[in-house]
Write a protein that binds this ligand. Sequence first.
Ligand code: C5P
Length: 419
Amino acid sequence: MNTTINDWAGELAGRHIVLGLTGGVAAYKAAEFCRLLVKAGATVQVVMTDAACRFITPVTMQALSGRPVFTSQWDARADNHMPHINLSREADAIVVAPASADFIAQLAQGRAGELLSLLCLARPLAQAPLLVAPAMNRQMWAHPATQRNLRQIAADGAHVLAVGCGEQACGENGDGRMLEADELLEELIAFLAPKQLLGARVLVTAGPTYEAIDPVRGITNRSSGKMGFAIARAAREAGADVTLIAGPVALPTPRGVRRIAVTSAVQMHAAAVDEARTATVFIATAAVADWRPAHAAGNKIKKDGGGQPPPLALAENPDILAEIAHAPRAQSGELYCVGFAAESDDLLVHAQAKRARKGVPLLAANIGPATFGRDDNALLLIDDEGVTELPRASKRALARQLVAEIARRVSGGEEGERV
Ligand code: C5P
């Protein structure tokens, strides 16, 4: 298996999404979004307003969704002649993207003049959540009437997605751009995920550290950061407020996650100790360098031609996990600490010893050479209860399982409880 952490195949398998389009230039992004939904395994029923049909044709959306598009409440295809009831009852979620200022105003007033607004009004609130992706000019976005309408629809149960900032089709620059198709998909997947860590403040360290020898050379390791980034993403999807302290890796920051970029172990230590003061869960996945050059040279060290390498004195780096796990907040149970162990042999024996040494309630062990840089992994979870095996799977899938295991432990076994 070699999926990337942004590969959405199967993420929405079994889900039925009603995708509503209203009138806006961003309708072209809805075509790509529809494709991604299908790739993610969802079935998609597109519903378009008259205005939407001026920007993009139902033919395109039918081809991409593989289903005829609905545009009118008078559509005779429904046997009972009630497409607004049928479509809203089948949906696992209704996503309106783009949602124009006018459409948001209609929702705010509970209007039902077109099929799309009608089915939004007719939807069973508890079963068919409504996600709204606004798209409009920056002045329309900033107008008090729009902001008032957005507050109103949120109060009425709609989930209003953020807007992007930047260049707009009208040539102006500012807030109001619709999110990109991949961002919409990430938001939808996160929205539908079980909220096992709601209220938790999760701190994750990830990636390697880089210890400078001089301005151009350094000591580092082969950690890709993929596992830690996948865990940060899964924790955010589970409803946690997530901070990710990342060493030098080029991975994109998961949506909704606060990233603190660091280079060396000393920097990672300072950031982690600071953030751990308010976190409720700490997951240390970083491959922190054990040693750093005792004195980094200010200028590039030159070869002197004598064949003698320069001496390299090393100093030990702080053990971030051990320090935080032995501090009062972790000892009192306010902060739940999770460590990782990458071993090359005798996984269980070494990992059990490491768990005791680090003083963590839960340790996730893996075979280092079988995980570094790869998109899949296998984990052994070790805690007081014993050993739980998470068999080889994508890091994305493992991250979700690990987050569920952590949530179960911090909430005392009750799913969905606040921590
Ligand atoms: O001692 P070892 O590096 O094998 O321990 C691995 C675990 O400890 C990981 O969770 C890693 O993130 C954490 N660690 C740390 N600070 C260090 C070394 C390791 O937080 N200096």
